[in-house]
Write a protein that binds this ligand. Structure first.
Ligand SMILES: *Cc1c(COP(=O)(O)O)cnc(C)c1O
Length: 412
């Protein structure tokens, strides 16, 4: 058995037993998993974690499953890359990239949440899984659901990048392309979830699903040598990842895996969809929904479910937020590629471009141990940089032709 005590409403504190439910019946607040930290403390030690296989289940006592995991056994433990060349470019001292573009089977951090959601769905006895997706979740549920032998219903906005549609279809799920934006897809899915008793990973399984994001935070702490960073910059769609990274740091302090916690948490969004950052900048608690218009489609949630909680984390931790244009996103994708050899998707461009703004505005101290969360692989959103890269040198298959090209290259 695991260490989960139950579910608890984030608003009124009412407690519920572990079931595929997600809202409080009394106040409609979101439900969150609560653990027996006293029980975990002392059992989950640094030594025990280090002795386990390098995947996200090495922190399983802090994840909401009862038995052994059945999904995502090869997800997680992505590299924490010390980014000295990028740091030099930005005038920073200790800059790290949490590189979720690699290692995960579907090359985005969504493999973290799906690992937990599908393991939990199986424990609940579901044989059909579903999701409302901005792209990466569709890819991840399609893949891991196939491996787990689940029936899959995947709902996406019809305008999604072609590479993400193909990347999902190859696993042969039932892919439903909705003529509408993500917020409309999500509203439809809430209706579908009420009628059909499926495991909607980000609706009725959401309290469990969201816990998977904590593993990114645990890994950052472990890979920094058991310390929390001074600064973490997190891209926000629903705002869930940001709140869960914060929760992960707090838990590690609670169970004495770290001694101090002084991390400032920063939110990164595209200007074309920045309801969370707008609230942070205005210093208000109310999220004003927007109609998304940005190339960062994986972050294009105009009415973010965890937006309010994300603003509270930013406030509590002493962080801030920044939003960036599509042009800045593309420039940042290219900067990360040419300095560190890491090709991030549009969300990665949002994170780096926002960090640059926050460094320039003085909100991020150049001496701070800073971690940028790069959450998805650039091969998934090639369209975004198409036409913004250089061109190959076209030559004939002989040495003379090559040397003519070489002359051009050398004289650049
Ligand atoms: C989903 C997603 C996020 C953030 O999602 P939240 O809803 O805020 O948890 C960040 N980056 C990428 C690439 C994503 O797919």
């Amino acid at each position: 058995m695991g260490f989960v005590r139950g579910l608890k409403c984030r608003e009124c504190g009412r407690e519920y037993s572990v079931d595929p439910i997600y809202v409080c019946e009394f106040c409609f607040g979101p439900l969150e998993v609560v653990y027996d930290y006293e029980g975990i403390k002392g059992i989950l030690t640094r030594e025990k974690i280090v002795s386990r296989p390098q995947n996200l289940w090495r922190y399983k006592e802090l994840l909401p499953i009862d038995g052994e995991p059945t999904s995502g056994l090869h997800s997680g433990f992505t590299p924490l890359v010390r980014a000295d060349k990028l740091a030099a470019h930005l005038g920073m001292k200790r800059l790290y990239i949490k590189d979720d573009t690699v290692t995960h089977p579907t090359l985005s951090f969504k493999d973290r949440v799906v690992a937990v959601a599908l393991s939990k769905a199986r424990e609940f006895g579901f044989n059909t899984v579903a999701c409302a997706s901005t792209g990466n979740l569709a890819h991840s549920v399609s893949a891991h659901g196939a491996a787990g032998g689940f029936k899959r219903f995947i709902f996406i906005p019809a305008s999604l990048e072609k590479s993400k549609i193909i990347a999902s279809l190859v696993y042969e799920p039932n892919l439903i392309a909705v003529e509408g934006n993500y917020d409309e897809v999500n509203r439809l899915c809430s209706e579908v979830a009420n009628k059909y008793k499926w495991a909607f990973v980000n609706i009725n399984i959401r309290p469990f699903y969201a816990e998977g994001s904590k593993t990114q935070g645990y890994e950052i702490v472990e890979q920094l040598g058991w310390r929390a960073p001074d600064v973490v910059v997190v891209p926000c769609a629903s705002g869930s990842l940001l709140t869960k990274i914060w929760k992960s740091f707090k838990e590690m302090k609670e169970i004495s895996l770290i001694n101090d916690l002084n991390t400032k948490v920063f939110s990164a969004q595209a200007t074309g969809c920045s309801p969370i950052v707008a609230a942070i900048k205005e210093g208000v608690d109310v999220i004003r929904p927007v109609k998304p218009d940005t190339i960062a489609k994986s972050l294009a949630i105009g009415n973010p479910a965890d937006g309010y909680y994300a603003t509270q984390v930013v406030k509590e931790s002493g962080g801030y937020g920044a939003d960036v244009s599509d042009e800045e996103i593309i420039d940042a994708i290219k900067l990360l590629a040419r300095t560190e050899g890491i090709f991030g998707e549009t969300a990665g461009g949002v994170t780096l471009a926002s960090a640059i703004r926050l460094i320039e505005s003085g909100h991020i101290d150049r001496d701070a141990v800073t971690v940028l969360c790069i959450t998805g692989n650039g091969l998934k959103t090639k369209e975004a940089v198409e036409g913004h890269t250089g061109e190959p040198y076209h030559i004939n298959p002989n040495l003379k032709s090559f040397e003519e090209a070489l002359e051009k290259i050398n004289s650049k």
